[in-house]
Design a binder for this molecule. Structure first.
Ligand code: PLP
Length: 380
């Protein structure tokens, strides 16, 4: 069987986890959390990365940090994962969906301004599949209307926009290390706070440490630590961070291999020139690309279904992706109608993602390519 995704295996991960146990500190914010933080800050050229238990939690933190108030509005694409909108609702805000571009499936920057009202507080952009959103346009709108920009870079780690790392351009960037991501600790995430505000960064530290000033205690600045703010438990354990660090150390190799596989798919679909296919991933138009997802979009839903099922018959696992939030049960309860965003509505049943993981062998890649060629030739 060729799975859709496989955790990247490296011996160092096991070795580092053993080191955590030997050190005797398995809780939060120890040796490996610091190593991951330093690595990410250096690699992403940013000053304030805090490791979290997930991207979902990083997004929740961002909205609490900007003091989102009841019914304040946040504009975001409907074509995203529920965490992008949950973080707004959990902070009592109101979600306002908008459209995506047809070519790169990122938020359509030209459709943002018409959604802005006097209640708008922020925009969330989602760098879909490692494709960068048009950050110049988005930041210029945000500056004009005095809005926060939160980058949901769950899928965007190590892609860039005009030389800048995704997640470091808006006011906050949120990353995921979930098992489906290029760099993973099973579950995990990080928030990048992209402006210098020492008080806010302190608040973020307290927030992730259950509302306590434990960090000050660990730095020897207070004799006892205590409850100082509203907070939650957003710190990952050292065991996860040890595993994550081993992946970060190998991130260059992971990246190179993913890109090879991605390009293998691009070359195949270029040569197939099928009329049944209206689009497929070609990479990030604005800079470096992390090769997170290779997707192919069929003109007809039925062809997408045949394609995925035929692959499955051959032991190759390919998946559709996000059900647009406006037509999910929650979205409909919020008052959205299925036809509000017709492109998104038909996209999710026509988009198929292909297997892509760093440990994929050349033999596996060739097999997937051959099977795809056969299926598409028959479909044509
Ligand atoms: C766009 C987007 N945002 C947020 C998340 C949530 O990430 P996590 O699982 O780390 O909470 C995901 C997860 O796949 C995602 O794709």
């Amino acid at each position: 069987m060729i799975p859709f995704n496989k955790p990247y295996y490296c011996d160092k991960g096991i070795h580092y986890i053993k080191e955590v146990l030997d050190r005797g500190k398995v809780g939060a914010d120890g040796y490996f959390t610091k190593k991951c933080k330093n690595f990410l800050e250096k690699r992403l050229r940013t000053n304030n990365i805090l490791l979290t238990t997930s991207c979902t939690h990083a997004l929740e933190m961002a909205f609490r940090l900007i003091n989102l108030e009841k019914n304040q509005e946040v504009i975001m694409p409907s074509y995203t994962f529920p965490s992008t909108s949950n973080c707004v609702l959990m902070n009592n805000g109101k979600v306002v969906f908008t459209e995506i571009n047809h070519n790169d499936l990122c938020i359509d920057a030209d459709k943002i301004e018409e959604k802005i009202t006097d209640k708008t507080k922020a925009i969330i952009v989602v760098h879909y599949g490692g494709n960068a959103c048009d950050m110049d346009k988005i930041m210029s709108i945000a500056n004009r209307y005095d809005l926060y920009v939160i980058e949901d870079a769950a899928q965007g780690l190590f892609s860039t926009y005009k030389g800048k790392e995704l997640g470091t351009i808006g006011h906050f960037g949120c990353y995921s290390f979930h098992e489906t991501k290029n760099i993973s600790s099973g579950e995990g995430g990080a928030i990048s706070i992209n402006f210098d505000d020492d008080d806010l960064i302190k608040r973020a530290e307290y927030m992730r440490q259950k509302g306590t000033n434990r960090i000050d205690f660990e730095l020897g600045q207070v004799e006892f630590y205590q409850w100082v703010d509203i907070g939650s438990s957003y710190c990952p354990s050292e065991i996860l961070m040890a595993y994550l660090y081993s992946q970060l150390e190998n991130s260059y190799d992971i990246h190179v291999r993913r890109l090879e596989i991605f390009n293998g798919y691009v070359n195949l679909f270029e040569s197939l020139k099928s009329k049944k296919i209206i689009n497929y991933a070609i990479g990030n138009q604005y800079g470096a690309f992390n090769a997170h997802i290779f997707y192919v979009i069929f003109e007809q839903e039925k062809d997408a279904l045949v394609f995925a099922n035929r692959l499955k018959d051959e032991g190759i696992i390919a998946y559709t992706h996000l059900i647009p939030l406006h037509l999910s049960r929650m979205g409909l309860q919020m008052g959205y109608r299925e036809d509000d965003f017709p492109f998104e509505k038909q996209l999710y049943k026509r988009l198929i993602r292909l297997p892509l993981y760093a440990d994929m062998t050349d033999i596996e890649l060739c097999r997937v390519q051959e099977v795809i060629q056969e299926i598409i030739e028959k479909l044509n």
